[in-house]
Design a protein around this ligand. Sequence first.
Ligand SMILES: O=P(O)(O)OC[C@@H](O)[C@@H](O)c1c[nH]c2ccccc12
Length: 256
Amino acid sequence: MLEEIVNRKKTDLKFFQMPRQEYVPHYSLQKSLAFAGIHDGIGLIAEIKRASPSKGEFASDLDIISRAKAYEAGGADAISVLTDQPYFQGALTDLITVKKAVGLPVLRKDFIIDERQIEESARIGADAILLIASILEPNQILEFSKLAKNYGLESLVEVHTKNELDRLLDVYEPPLIGINNRNLKTFKTDLNQTIELFSHVPEQSLVISESGIHTAEDVSTITRAGAKAMLMGERLVTDGDPETVIPELKKGAQLA
Ligand SMILES: O=P(O)(O)OC[C@@H](O)[C@@H](O)c1c[nH]c2ccccc12
């Protein structure tokens, strides 16, 4: 599946058009998460996602403006927006819309494999981009992070295996490391991934546990593992009242 997604991305990039730049205020994902880690015990990146290859369409009629505002009102520290269209029903315009609706850092969630996508991310108003270790070489991750920084963007580097992490750390120690609990090949999630990989992450890096986090107990588990932040998609997208549920979920960090 991952190979299929990346191949489609390569095809679509043949028709790439650079968007015009608009002025938007910038927020630091790193600072926002570190601040929340101190005050709430855990930082939250809440995700806007209509569909996924594993679950199909689960929120096709999502009102992204009210959802993003509810995330912010509930105490989310950043918003992640899926911008991949073919597999996640996302769009660049979703990110532009969300960025205008909230005063939080916005992470562009996509399959970045080309430098032009980084300038594009800056132009649509992203504050940070996702770099996925399973589809990029470690030196590409380093180069892409530098390029992102030149555009004023932070990078969240996502790993799923110890091998990906080791290869990455030989070349670059990212300030923000995402441990994806979902195996992108089988789609299975396992919070043990965060527990197992955490001890191998450099002390200075802020760890974000991603995927498969649904309950306050899950939040407790990943906090105990050492994560300072979490990325939640499906649980929040499908909830009737994220504004109420976010503080309840965050309380899991206090029980850790
Ligand atoms: O909906 P979940 O299980 O809470 O997962 C959110 C997020 O971690 C997931 O959407 C994700 C993690 N890494 C990705 C890479 C590409 C697309 C999506 C993702």
